[in-house]
Write a protein that binds this ligand. Structure first.
Ligand SMILES: Cc1cc2nc3c(=O)[nH]c(=O)nc-3n(C[C@H](O)[C@H](O)[C@H](O)COP(=O)(O)O)c2cc1C
Length: 243
């Protein structure tokens, strides 16, 4: 191995410590640690700083039992002392945009010019209009424009909105898993679930998209927690994609 020029950091240690954990010990999580990991996850970046991620922490035996059924019986949900359901608000523009603009303005994070630009671009990107027709028209318009000039991806059609939302939520979930690892906690992410039933279990409205569910606690001695990765060289491309 090449000698490292940069001292290894907490981030590197957390990345190496984290393994998808499927068997947990019943030990409780030390007070305050889960909240610290969630506080760090809340600092994950999001497009336009719209912050669509919501976190539902499930700890009670009754809720764990119901959630386990919705995650297709995966037992880590009942074994782990806590499980976090990561939801994405599909209407984050409506629910957060003005408030985030105000907070960023008061904090001096955005110049007046940048705020004016956001006020133009964010509705243009997301607004779908009555029955989604405005969104469809915009989508077609941008597709036509894109034949001649570089055009942005819009998030005004339902599938594109879900993709946009899932992207943001995954950044929060990954930040959470690394934060938890840095505190010595294990996590197990799950995408194998019935989204409608998950929403019902946590009483979330329809606009909340369940994106990923993460069990948290201390790993039990599993038969094998080591994992492999394809060599980086197979996936690393320099300047151009090389097949
Ligand atoms: C988005 C996502 C969804 C996953 N869903 C499940 C799941 O439903 N059940 C499960 O047992 N593992 C799940 N995993 C764990 C992966 O199988 C695991 O991360 C992968 O095998 C790599 O192992 P490692 O995380 O230990 O490096 C999921 C991982 C990710 C990132």
């Amino acid at each position: 191995m090449m000698p490292s020029l940069v001292p290894s950091s907490t981030v590197e240690a957390a990345v190496r410590f984290r393994r998808a954990t499927r068997r947990f010990r019943p030990d409780p999580i030390q007070d305050g640690i889960l909240e610290r990991a969630l506080e760090l996850a809340n600092w994950a970046p999001s497009g336009w700083n719209l912050q669509p991620t919501h976190f539902v922490v499930v700890r009670s035996p009754e809720q764990k039992r119901r959630l386990r059924a919705a995650v297709l019986g995966q037992k880590q949900v009942e074994e782990a002392p806590a499980t976090v359901v990561f939801l994405g608000d599909l209407e984050a523009v409506r629910t957060h945009f003005e408030e985030v603009l105000r907070m960023d303005r008061e904090a001096g994070a955005n110049s007046a010019d940048y705020e004016a630009l956001l006020r133009k671009l964010v509705p243009l990107t997301f607004a779908a209009g009555p029955l989604g027709l405005g969104g469809l028209a915009k989508h077609l318009g941008v597709a036509a424009y894109g034949l001649f000039r570089p055009a942005p991806a819009l998030s005004c059609l339902p599938a594109a909105r879900r993709l946009w939302t899932a992207r943001q939520v995954m950044l929060s979930a990954m930040t959470f898993m690394l934060a938890a690892a840095s505190f010595g906690l294990d996590t197990g992410p799950m995408e194998g679930f019935d989204a409608r039933r998950v929403r019902e279990v946590v009483s979330a409205p329809r606009r909340m998209l369940p994106v990923v569910i993460v069990a948290v606690g201390t790993r039990a001695a599993e038969p094998k927690l080591t994992k492999t990765r394809l060599p980086l060289e197979r996936k690393l491309h320099r300047e151009q994609f090389t097949p």
